[in-house]
Design a protein around this ligand. Sequence first.
Ligand code: PLP
Length: 363
Amino acid sequence: MKVDWEELRRINKPFFNQLKKELDNIEEECHYILGSKVEKLEKELTKYLSVKYCVAVGNGLDALTIALKSLKLPNSSEVIVPSNTFYASVLAIIRAGLTPVLCEPDKDTFNITSEGIEKLITKKTSAIMAVHLYGNPCEMNKISSLAKKYNLKIIEDCAQAFGATYNDKKVGTIGTIGAFSFYPTKNLGGIGDGGLIATNDEELYNYCLKARNYGGEKYNYDIIGINSRMDDIVASFLLSKLKDVDSLNDKKIENASLYLNNIKNDKVILPTITPNSKSVFHIFCLRVKSRDKFSEYLKENNIRTLIHYPIPLYKQKALKNYIDKDYPVSNELSNTIISIPCSAGHTKKEIEYVIDVINKYEE
Ligand SMILES: *Cc1c(COP(=O)(O)O)cnc(C)c1O
């Protein structure tokens, strides 16, 4: 058997069929950017997330950047962010004129904890970026108390966690402001770039609305914005996929549960899910000491894997002026983690094959 990393073709077929029908409508309406589909998507997303305001933007990086700028934090103030997150989390902080401060994660949940964050708080700290990495929510109760104690803002990077909940609340609606990505492989993946900002704060909402469209409304500009608008074709596709996103997430969770319950090999460490939360398993990440050997073994058995992420942030050339020390936990993770196939498009048979192969692995 051959198991691919992702199965987008299988997942997206019904939504493409619906889009084909909607295309006539889009042609007729002739409003291709920020048109009625985008407006409807924003409305449906506020309902889905149970949040007051949503702003659709061009991609996840812009969602994070605009969200950070809306907070009007002091120039160059410090934002605490995981040392093992995707590059875009940190890039957004720098683009917003702020200083990233890397926080080592917990090795079992892969997320930052309130203890780790508290050690890094200085007079210059203005915000915490809680990244719900791999779809697993951060411990938001403790992080929220900490933010309150030190008067810090919380920005949630939910790019990998659409639909995940903490204490039955959707992530992205717990902190001050939340940002999502609709990049094709994300849990609510589109057919082009796309992103979203969610908040309950009207002032932040008004800032974000302007910021995505040059900084105002035709032809009156109050702030320095960017062009980060969503297309109606992308929005139309996302609208039909949104109706099924819970069942797609459930399918991912089902596949992840098969792994959690049936992988039995003492060479392999399974991930830990944050208590009181629902992970949506954007990525199913294992830890294995001889990772490269393990990865080669899976490849020989026709199972595709990836590493999220092979080069830790502190070793990225582009960040050398921002980060000047080593991060042993993220370094160790980058050498031992491996992501195995866990798509909503994978069949039970495929997942069982992966389990069987992993259980037979010998170092
Ligand atoms: C994908 C991702 C982003 C960026 O989203 P884009 O839409 O690709 O710009 C930001 N943060 C995390 C954690 C991501 O996984």
